[in-house]
Write a protein that binds this ligand. Sequence first.
Ligand code: 0X9
Ligand code: ZN
Length: 475
Amino acid sequence: MSSYRLPWFIVLWSVLSPLPGTAAWFDNYQTYAAYQQKLGEYAATYPTLTTLSTIGNSYEGRAIPAIRITGTGSAEVAKKTVYLNGMMHAREWIAGMVPMYIADRLLTGYGTDPRITSVLDNTEFMIVPMSNPDGYEYSRLTNRFWRKNRRPNGDGSVGVDLNRNYGYQWGLNSGSSPFPDDETYRGTGPFSEPETVALRNVALADQDVVTHIDFHSYSQLILSPFSYTVDPAPDQDLLVQMAHTMADSIQDMHGKIYEWDDPFLYLASGTSIDWMYGDQGIYSYTIELRPTSSNPGFLLPANQILPTGQEMFPAVLDLAEYTMQLAGGDFDVNDRFECADIDRLVRGIVLGSNKAELDLSGDGLLDGLDVVDWLARAGRANLASQASYLPGDANLDGSVDGVDFNLWNSNKFTSLPSWCGGDFNVDGLVDGSDFNVWNAYKFLSADSIVQVPEPALNLLLAGLVAAGVFRRTAF
Ligand code: 0X9
Ligand code: ZN
């Protein structure tokens, strides 16, 4: 019951001032043409931060636009990509507005908001807000509840469900339909549709994609791979941990609960997240946006566009920060650099991994340079100096000593792609050449790397050259 009043002009100013994302554009659902125009405005207003492109054309020939956004500051890690796409399903209108809102907030916040600035200086965003433009225009103008694309199927029916058309476990009758008339019709073959080809090619062309969100509505859920089976994904713990973090941030904004602890909804095969994760090793999510249930379902009122975008934005920043953490070598995102991380890297190099974050050096190859980069980063973090771990330091305690010899000795002559088990030259075998690495550095401590960086690097690389160099895209 305060008698204090703000002057009228302050009240008016605060209502009308352009706070982030309050522009009229997000007060209503927009046409395909308006999306195109807005993306053009972003590119014109922020030329140093953006790259506008067309990733392909829809069945009816509409351009599928994309905007790449990244900062101009210096990166602490080799930049990895966060890939967002939206509105694969035509009637899920909010799922196109949210990625536009995210682009808006990134661009308007860069250089003023420290969190956004750090995220953009250390990652890239690839944003495809409207994945199914033909379906969207049809939903807007003719049939509001249209879901699929607009390909004529030849039997009088129209449309393929793009989220059953991806080429990982495509064609299972559990979770997709062979009948053209059905809402979950999977098409005549994997990637038979120009829209899914375009969306796939983004990930194939950019081998630095680490994380991905495919926005849908509705139900308020964060779903992760796999959707074709109830079996847990190999990275289930990590996927669920990141989902939990995102759900907490969403709830902090406006109190909305997005379920995260049951990544499995119903069987769906040929989904985007299954291909992104299963084929490309990308940590991928379907986020089902507002509302919770069929009333109002797809007909989410336009006054909920902004709050839905606002609650999603911090979750996307969380995912981008996880991406940075992964790109920095903390592969299990537990805030520690330990054996689990370097062993994951060594196994990835020796056995062939499709995980972009393992390419720490950012040169497109998984090889000894990534190990050297990891040893340097981990040493700096763990030893709190300019020190780097030395080859031969199996237990990562900062010195090459008898404990490391014992680790090598207990595994010697086994096939074990494990740094911490003694595979110091990263060739998959614990053998005499690893002993030679240990021997060359024995009784040196991590600080010595400052004096002898070259031999350390050379020894490691010699082993790797002998073992062959692994190109990530080959897998
Ligand atoms: O069925 C779909 O494609 C998605 N739901 S929607 O209502 N937007 O159509 C869910 C895809 C992910 N599915 C599972 N994790 N089961
Ligand atoms: Zn959907």
